[in-house]
Unconditional design. Structure first.
Length: 68
């Protein structure tokens, strides 16, 4: 599943969109990392969008710049 979601072409496209000049070796090194991270991030996003956790807040709340 993850190999189908993120491909070598995906890494090239993401690097281009981010204006991140990556060598071919770095693109290939990033591929297995993104193949692991993206499906896991999607699964976490779906879980956190569920009704059973919708009202929970994160353990850390950043207030930098917040007005009191």
């Amino acid at each position: 599943m993850s190999e189908d979601l993120i491909t070598s072409q995906s890494v090239v496209a993401l690097a281009h969109i981010a204006d991140l000049p990556l060598s071919s070796a770095r693109q290939q090194a990033a591929l297995p990392i993104l193949q692991a991270w993206v499906p896991a991030a999607n699964a976490l996003s779906q879980r956190m969008a569920g009704d059973e956790v919708r009202d929970q807040l994160p353990g850390t709340i950043f207030t930098l710049g917040a007005r009191r």
